[in-house]
Ligand binder design. Structure first.
Ligand code: 9WN
Length: 432
């Protein structure tokens, strides 16, 4: 068997080992529940060899959908608590729209589910699965555009760093530091027992995570109240790029099932306009998140800036500046004598750059996957295939870790990480 095929076979074994029946946990011990965007990446991998199982992964994620349309970021496994925060902390029954029979968190994550669903549907001979899931997906997208963009600005907001999927990114620090905590919230973490504390968010990060979580809970998950009162309301470049792609996938599904698509096209048009006007900094040649409370751009140079390439939201000139001045710049993201591997999740020039800590610099498989798709879209196919090869080589050398040190290529966080496995399968199958 060719080495890449055997890597894909190992990846399949990891997904099988993490499978919990109808859904897959992100990792054996650190993440024992079902996570929203993890399951979508997992479904993308499964779709290559077990379409039925990929569909089940999507269906099981829809189990947790709230009546207002939100798909939560975690659906808990009631038989295996022991992850903090657990359902008692979220208390979702405070919301009249939360499910009664499924335990979930009270916030969401980037809607990769629709992008994964479209990949599955494209492989299906009939529109049956599309017809089955379309209403639930439409209701999720309506929730984003209605509840998280109450003024019709064209960009939705996240109300917790966990909603970005990049929990402790340097992008959130300035806002978090402005939040004065009257007292440290009381809680007991489980994550830093399973993985060295130096590779996880700090206690101070967690204090703020819990503060924001309690705030949403105390407002009974009333989205308008949260968006109005929370100190953390951010138009995130990453989530808005994924939502734009997901809207495009939803539009494709609408056409396939014979439903009207004007509403979706309307969202896409406003996002395109707002993205260019509001999130681009022409001086730096970068896309940045917008802090609604502070009414300003969050000028942190991180990998999120390249997400508009994945979404096709940048015009050619901006795409060129992003790639040539930043991605290929050895002082920022390209390899140099200090970092031999790519792509670090924060620029080496970022004051918070830390090559071993979570989203502050390590290489993540999904981030590389987004980047290489973005590069292909803008015609940088040589660079895209190099990143694909480098990414596969990292896993081949060190295993299916959660993230990797860009200086040494060493793997950190949890091992047997499901989305690393799923995206390896996708990368092996789809030669760049
Ligand atoms: C909090 C499961 C999740 C991913 C996130 C990643 C991490 C959780 C945590 O793990 O977040 O949601 O405990 O740190 O940041 O992207 O979905 O893999």
């Amino acid at each position: 068997m060719k080495p890449l095929q055997s890597l894909a076979e190992q990846a399949k074994r990891i997904l099988a080992a993490n499978a919990m029946g109808a859904w897959t946990k992100p990792a054996p011990r650190l993440y024992p529940h079902q996570w929203n965007w993890d399951s979508a990446f997992i479904a993308l991998g499964l779709a290559h060899y077990n379409l039925e199982r990929a569909k089940t992964e999507i269906r099981s994620l829809l189990r947790g959908q709230w009546r207002n349309g939100m798909i939560p970021h975690i659906i808990y496994n009631p038989d295996r608590l022991g992850y903090f925060p657990d359902p008692h902390v979220w208390q979702i029954s405070r919301s009249p729209t939360a499910p009664r029979d499924v335990l979930t968190s009270g916030i969401t994550q980037p809607p990769m589910i629709t992008i994964a669903a479209r990949e599955i549907v494209r492989r299906e001979p009939s529109a049956g699965f599309a017809r089955e899931i379309y209403p639930a997906l439409l209701s999720y997208h309506r929730w984003f555009h209605r509840e998280r963009d109450p003024h019709g600005d064209g960009l939705v907001s996240i109300i917790h760093p966990w909603e970005s999927g990049m929990d402790n990114s340097p992008r959130w620090l300035e806002i978090l530091q402005t939040i004065q905590l009257a007292a440290r919230p009381a809680y007991k973490r489980e994550d830093d027992v399973l993985v060295p504390a130096s590779e996880r968010p700090t206690d101070s990060d967690y204090d703020h995570f819990i503060f924001l979580m309690n705030l949403a809970r105390d407002l009974n998950y009333d989205q308008r109240e949260i968006v109005e009162h929370s100190p953390f309301v951010v138009q995130d470049v990453l989530l808005n790029s994924i939502l734009y792609c997901a809207d495009d996938s939803l539009r494709e599904l609408a056409v396939m099932v014979g439903e009207p698509s004007q509403e979706i096209e309307g969202w896409m048009q406003s996002t395109r306009r707002a993205f260019q006007k509001k999130l681009w900094d022409d001086g730096d040649g970068m896309y940045y998140d917008f802090d609604i409370r502070g009414a300003s751009l969050i000028k942190e140079n991180t990998i999120a800036a390249f997400m508009p390439l994945y979404a096709g939201l940048a015009d050619d000139a901006r795409a060129r500046r992003l790639v040539e001045n930043h991605l290929l710049n050895p002082a920022e993201y390209a390899p140099d004598s200090s970092t031999r591997f790519r792509v670090p999740t924060a620029s080496k020039t970022n004051a918070y750059f830390d090559p071993r800590n979570y989203w502050r610099g390590p290489i993540w498989m999904n981030a590389n996957w987004f980047i290489l798709h973005g590069l292909k879209r803008y015609g940088y196919s040589g660079l895209a295939s190099q990143i694909r090869e480098d990414t596969l080589a990292l896993v081949e050398r060190k295993g299916f870790h959660e993230y990797f040190d860009p200086r040494t290529g060493e793997g950190y966080g949890t091992d047997m990480f499901s989305w690393s496995a799923a995206l390896v399968i996708d990368l092996v199958q789809n030669a760049a």
